[in-house]
Design a binder for this molecule. Structure first.
Ligand SMILES: Cc1cc2nc3c(=O)[nH]c(=O)nc-3n(C[C@H](O)[C@H](O)[C@H](O)COP(=O)(O)O)c2cc1C
Length: 209
């Protein structure tokens, strides 16, 4: 079982990364092989809305090929479970993570739209379908929008037909940390992140049988 953790922060080795590593450590303790991707320093071009992905000919390949997104999607496709974490930026996910989410529309049209394939059952092929997903958010404020941010991440997962889990506490992990490294002092935030890792690994493990 492979669990991928993605940090959506543009700040390298910050609080989001700390929390993702905690979640992945917990998943590893459940027997998962953990993979980690940080969006900091990655080139992620925004979706231009060209619509090519909705055609049969695209076959799940976006026309934008000269950035880091295709490699990130390969890692997502290989994972059984995906943990997505973001710092709260103005009550939501970072621009980098939102760009990644928008570009992921291609993963919903691996074989084009059903209308392009009359008589073919099953509808469009969603490449992240049935992968297990969990969310983590960290903000500098005590009630700084962590829940909105967790919600944005989970909503993206739902639109990808993923199976969304919480963490035995709530919808996902909420941590309070402002300066780089502060997450290490947020005992509850770290426990919540660990429980996201445990739940994602637990449910992904059941799916693998
Ligand atoms: C542009 C920007 C917007 C932010 N907006 C919020 C916010 O709305 N709520 C909040 O609690 N913290 C906010 N923060 C603080 C970060 O979420 C916080 O510092 C977090 O720990 C950063 O995580 P990182 O170390 O992984 O980058 C903001 C920070 C930046 C740079």
């Amino acid at each position: 079982m492979r669990i991928l953790g993605i940090s959506g922060s543009p700040r390298a080795k910050g609080n989001t990364e700390i929390l993702v590593h905690e979640a992945l450590r917990a998943a590893s303790e459940m027997g998962a092989k953990a993979d980690f991707i940080a969006l900091s320093g990655k080139k992620i071009k925004p979706c231009t809305g060209c619509g090519t992905c909705r055609t049969e000919s695209s076959m799940g390949i976006c026309v934008i090929k000269d950035d880091d997104v295709p490699r990130i999607y390969e890692a997502m496709k290989e994972a059984d479970g995906i943990i997505v974490a973001s710092p709260v930026y103005f009550l939501s996910v970072t621009a980098q993570l939102k760009a990644l989410f928008d570009r992921s529309v291609i993963l919903r049209y691996a074989k084009g739209m059903p209308v392009d394939r009359p008589g073919v059952p099953g509808g469009p092929e969603f490449l992240l379908k049935n992968k297990v997903g969990g969310a983590i958010a960290v903000g500098g404020g005590r009630d700084g929008g962590q829940l909105f941010t967790v919600n944005s991440i989970l909503q993206w997962m739902l639109l990808q037909s993923m199976i969304v889990v919480g963490n035995n506490y709530g919808m996902g992990a909420s941590a309070k940390a402002g300066m780089k490294g502060d997450a290490l002092n947020d005992e509850i935030g770290i426990a919540m992140a660990r429980h996201v890792g445990l739940r994602v690994a637990e449910v992904a493990g059941k799916f693998r049988g």
